[in-house]
Design a protein around this ligand. Structure first.
Ligand SMILES: Nc1ncnc2c1ncn2[C@@H]1O[C@H](COP(=O)(O)OP(=O)(O)OP(=O)(O)O)[C@@H](O)[C@H]1O
Ligand SMILES: [Mg+2]
Length: 381
């Protein structure tokens, strides 16, 4: 078991800044996900931790010891890559046993360790086969088996499931989570897949263009994103952003849109919102597709009129693209949604689940709550 800490890591490749002042701490036994789009710096972060890459600046700690100048083989970490390379001519047994052979363990010990790991991963029945005889998911289990067999103090995984089809990915997510729970070891898992991060991680770090955007519990980063990038990366379809003009009306702040206005008490808002008010800058209203209800008839409650643009039935739900003035937003409804394109509909946003973002900095300046909601008024009463 090991805790791992990065402190002020900078890494540049030529003119390309891959990591900018990245710091975080992964606790002993934690499942920590690094989530980010392609080119975010996920692989570089893992390669720096394991020692395949040297940071330009900053320190890497394993269990409070600085390891910057410790050789990768002495860091006692295992890395599982996206493109796993099994030895094609060796059996599955020999593949899993290879790290133990290098450690020169005796045959009986190797045998019992390989069998134990193979049982844990439910691949014990295939030990005599060769990699070519296995499916992608099975091969991935073998690669994981080979990494865990020598019991390193932490595991680094670089998009290990991205080459698998969606059904296998789902199965492997469960396998990995189960494995981590039973091993109680530290896992650092890089992925661009928000579902993987949300479903497996104890905590998620969102990385973009080499900058750490936010770290938190899955529920926390989903519910309280600190900027629109985090809000976009988490959630599918991702959060809707609607640009609004900001206006003052006595003790209220109004966000004005063609189809509605959003009103909040000045007292409840942050100083950032009030400074946007002073400078007259636009703000973006953020609302998740699942926080919007849609009706084909005008409801008695206050609601906002829109028009169906397109519908996308997905079996267990329907994604409805709704035109609100010039904007198109996504709404999630049930599987039996019956609207047609160009049909007029009414939507109600969950007023306790709205967010306000600065347009330029993309920073979140307000999260509404049950106690201080943002009220939505229609411009078509
Ligand atoms: N060896 C290298 N030489 C030059 N540039 C590199 C090298 N390794 C990474 N980079 C650059 O650093 C940035 C971060 O790359 P990295 O591979 O860490 O991203 P990533 O988040 O793992 O992306 P992906 O999801 O595509 O795997 C990218 O802009 C990449 O082009
Ligand atoms: Mg990568």
């Amino acid at each position: 078991m090991a805790s791992i800490r990065l402190e002020g890591i900078n890494k540049t490749f030529g003119k390309n800044k891959a990591l900018r002042n990245v710091s975080f701490q992964v606790e002993d036994g934690e499942f920590f996900c690094i989530l980010g789009p392609p080119g975010a710096g996920k692989t570089t972060t893992l390669r720096i931790i394991i020692g395949l890459e040297t940071p330009d600046e900053g320190k890497v700690y394993i269990d409070d010891e600085i390891v910057n100048s410790v050789h990768p083989s002495k860091r006692d970490l295992a890395m599982i890559f996206q493109n796993l390379a099994l030895y094609p001519d060796k059996t599955i047994f020999e593949n899993i046993a290879s790290p133990l052979k290098r450690l020169k363990l005796d045959e009986q010990e190797i045998n019992s360790k390989v069998v134990e790991v193979a049982k844990q991963l439910r691949i014990d029945w295939m030990l005599k086969k060769k990699p070519a005889q296995l499916s992608g998911g099975e091969r991935q289990r073998v690669a994981i088996g080979r990494a865990i067999v020598r019991q390193p103090s932490a595991y680094l995984m670089d998009e290990p499931l991205s080459n698998l089809d969606s059904l296998l990915r789902l199965e492997m997510r469960l396998t990995l989570k189960e494995l981590q729970t039973s091993l109680k070891e530290t896992f650092i898992y890089a992925t661009h897949d928000q579902v993987e991060a949300l479903s497996m991680a104890d905590r998620i770090a969102i990385l973009d263009k080499g900058v750490l955007q936010q770290i938190g519990l899955p529920g926390e980063v989903y519910r309280y994103p600190e900027n629109s990038l985090v809000a976009t990366v988490l959630g599918n379809p991702s959060m809707n952003f609607i640009t609004c003009r900001i206006k003052e009306n006595k003790d209220k702040v109004c966000l004005i849109h063609e189809a509605f206005s959003a009103i909040s008490d000045k007292d409840a808002l942050s100083t950032d919102v009030l400074s946007s008010l002073n400078t007259g800058k636009d703000l973006m209203l953020g609302v998740r597709p699942e926080d919007i209800a849609i009706s084909l008839q005008k409801p008695t409650e206050p609601s906002v009129m829109g028009e169906i643009y397109v519908t996308e039935p997905l079996g267990n739900k329907t994604i409805v693209d709704v035109k609100l003035g010039e904007d198109i937003i996504k709404v999630i409804d049930g599987p039996s949604f019956k609207g047609e394109p160009a049909q007029t509909i009414w939507i109600r946003m969950n007023e306790a689940k709205l967010h306000l973002f600065e347009t330029k900095s993309r920073k979140c300046v307000y999260h509404a709550s049950e106690d201080s909601p943002v009220r939505i008024d229609s411009v078509h009463p």
